[in-house]
Ligand binder design. Sequence first.
Ligand code: NFE
Ligand code: MG
Length: 569
Amino acid sequence: MAKRITVDPVTRIEGHLRIDCEVDKGKVINAWSSGTMWRGIETILQGRDPREAWIFTQRICGVCTTVHAIASVRAVENALALEIPLNAQYIRNMIIAAHGIFDHIVHFYHLSALDWVDIVSALKADARAASTLAQKLSPWPKNSYNELKAVQDRLQKFVNTGQLGVFASGYWGHPAMKLSPEVNLLAATHYFQALDYQRRINKVVAILGSKTPHIQNLAVGGVANPINPDSQSTLTMERLYYIKTLIDDVGDFIKNVYMIDVAAVGAFYAEWTGYGAGVTNYLCVPDLPLDRAGVRFDLPGGYISDGDVGSFKPIHSFGDDFFRQGVKESVKHSWYAGDHDLHPFEGETVPKFTEYKDDGKYSWVKSPTFNGRPAQVGPLANVLCMYAAGHGPTRKFTDQLLETVSSLAGAKVGIPALHSTIGRHAARAVRCAVLHDALGRQWQSLVDNIATGDYETFNEPIFPKGEIRGMGFHEAPRGVLSHWVVIENGKIKNYQCVVPSTWNAGPRNSNDDLGPYEASLIGNPVADPNKPLEILRTVHSFDPCLACAIHLMDPDKNEIVTVRTLEGP
Ligand code: NFE
Ligand code: MG
């Protein structure tokens, strides 16, 4: 008899996610992904000035804080066919890359490593043996005996207090945990070091964006960073060279720690290359525009169908009809009125909550499709597409990571292994290295451009009478993000965000095809239904963000609920 497992809420993610699985003979045979809350950011935008939409949309999420701001200004600029100065493009690109690096480091170490690493087992490790092993894997200077022993002592002290804090309620000692105490100690050490490196790269976002989370420096038409090499109160060479030291520091961590740890987890958990593929239609968009019009990009994008890298079809720019025409969202299984599939410019979102029904409506997340089919988005889609496009740095870092895995596993591990739960982690590390490489180039482009005497950062937007439409996309840390705006007489008439976690966490679509989370769970092992660690491994590998995935738009501005936030008289 199949047994039903409900994980609600899934933790170490952003937002509210419920996962249901049916398990039979130790394997998942059916799955449902449900977003259990909704929010109202898109509604607030109606009737507002398109120049301020980015400030509101950025509040969709507290994790991918910059991405909705970027997609929003791009959508409005696209509607206006407005070019932006080169300095603005480079500064935005640096923020995008630094934010992505920060996000990927946090995801691997702080949101998902403990699905694979038994932190309690690290207490039993021989710190000297752990250090010897680490030094064979990488030249990282902070793998010394002293570093590892200090972490072990710190953990022991922590455990002795009896209050495990963030480490409470973990599945320690679970039969699916396979790393030796020494490897667990090494990973625990890097967990703590990663806290420092994610902070360093986030400083780049804070310096250029004036603040993080939630940057303040954007404008429709450019950025609000005054550049003047002679004035200390603007973006100076001194600031830019400080940023360069942060970029270089974090590069060492990515190369010598993150890439190696992911390869080691992949090699020690080789069986996880066989689980979690799910939907193998992969969608990503190009990013890091290199010119004023935003038609040439540093990182390519495109679409792969049915896991066949040879089927890659590129997406060229914001105006590319292959992407613009291909996107729809279904609400057949979502708590909205009707069962339509609509293009985002015609998007409609009238909430209609019913009870949770396995074969009916069961989520607040809509179900996006690309040319009628579900698509997986995120670093794996991105890396496979960029690899297929022949992007040099992607090929270099992917091949390098797969070689490290192969040598640790003692067997050749190639691209096909990436279509899996562990492959999503590997791809995220590769993307992190690719972003770091691109960040260095964007920094150089900015410095070189300023050196020519070009200090421009802003072109003023002018809104025409009548209706215009625009779409801005961005390859966010969790994948394809697109904002779609309809503007009438200079005011927002409709605004739709189609978001990475909506693509991946969506329920079944109009054809009842499973969404990517759901499909990826089928066939996963479950050793102990009361401790469904394996389900978490696969779901966490997508880096869910339900705050992003769900937003509500009510075109009639109906009152849905009245909430009293403060006690009145
Ligand atoms: Ni809230 Fe996000 C990203 C966007 S969606 S995290 O990356 O857009 O998953
Ligand atoms: Mg939406």
